[in-house]
Ligand binder design. Sequence first.
Ligand code: AMP
Ligand code: ZN
Length: 492
Amino acid sequence: MNLYDSLHRELRRFEPGNPSRVTVYGCGPTVYDYAHIGNFRTFVVYDLLHRHLRRRGHGVEFVVNFTDVDDKTIDGAAAAGRSLSEHTGPFIEAFLEDAETLGFLPGSGHPRATEFIPAMVYFVERLLDAGHAYRAGDGSVYYSVATFGDYGKLSGKGGEHDARRSRIDTGEFAKADPRDFALWKAAQPTDGEVGAVWDSPWGPGRPGWHLECSVMVMSLLGDTVDIHVGGEDLLFPHHENEIAQSEAASGHCFARFWMHVKHLKVDDRKMSKSLGNFHTVRELVRDGHDPAAIRWVLLSAHYRSELNFTTSALADATEAVQRLLDFRRRVTEGEAGDVAEREAGGSVARAARSGGDLEERARQHLAAFDAAMDQDLNVPRALASLWGLVRDGNAALDAPGGVSGGDRKAVLAALAEMDRTLGVMDLAARTRDVDDDTSRRIQEMVEARDRARKVRDFTTADRLRAELESRGVRLEDTPAGTRWKLVRPPGS
Ligand code: AMP
Ligand code: ZN
């Protein structure tokens, strides 16, 4: 597998330290608000990478953190009049729900920065002892960039020249060097109000953001991680600073590969709250958009290329996903036909008319799909192979001779393998492929719950909700009544 490594700025053959335990760390959401669709472009790429590594036979430890203490979470909690954990808790829950909605594989953990404070304090002590950090007069501790010769190797920024320039530009003299950054921030009054203060040898305070990720990576995955991934905005200074701290502390390479996902645009513009183009997954789903279509749009472009999110792209994606499901059903239903025909004694004739061609082409399309994904997750090329399979399959099914059972099996197997990487078809089938019987039974239970609620029989209503949940049905109470959706295949 080749991946583009942002540190070496080239495609490189990916060689994990241990192929049966590939370690990946992705910078996760800052949980001061709902993650938006732009964040989810990056997170969908994490999931794609995770799935593809697994499909290629690796054991994978994939850690995505929650940044639950930083300026934004503290300011958000203070503005809402809540404690830090009261403020971040619901956004953590919301992220996990959205991740489920978009069909993410469960990761190997979602550490919260606040769970690692003792390890962070210890890490700062190591940097102080090694002479890579210094204490400021106010009880903060700063990393001393000048002590790390490789500073700037990831981004090409932040060299001495930049330091001199920014000193002139900003007139900043509080730090020994303007490039230095806080490892530990002395407590401010707002931190105290929301409970974001911890003891340390340097007095009460809280960790700096860059430090948080380094410590979670090294605590959970070791000194060297195989792949570190994040959105492109994190390359500098966040990841540059992570390298500086981690390599100075451990003396080892921090990440073998660095991957960065290009930012999503919405209607050709940068996403921002003020432009009103700030969508969340839950809003889109509430507006009736299909999760599988949202996922399809987010993964359809190569992760280092421009991607523009529009409603027409969503409509096209909805159609594309439906074509895939229709194709899969057509092949599957034909399979049932084969069995019936075999039972009726027609197997010899059917076997005779199959040239086995489609079987071979299915294998070729799957090989091309994998080769594309192995080349830096080239989804557009991989999707061309998927559509090639659909085209060849439909053509063979339309032909007067039809296709053999072996052909059908090969096509279904190739589709299933491709979907293990893409995670779209099974996700779509959850909500679109509910048979009438199941749908009627769910609807009856939802209505029974509504009736119980009307007469304030909350015990029954809660029991019905729990029962539906256990069958993979999620309820949403809207002003227009209760809506339901399947978040897992029924009964699984
Ligand atoms: P944040 O919640 O701001 O810490 O961001 C979480 C992740 O989303 C980070 O990896 C960011 O780089 C990424 N991200 C933020 N905005 C966008 C965007 N518009 N498109 C793609 N990724 C983004
Ligand atoms: Zn990070």
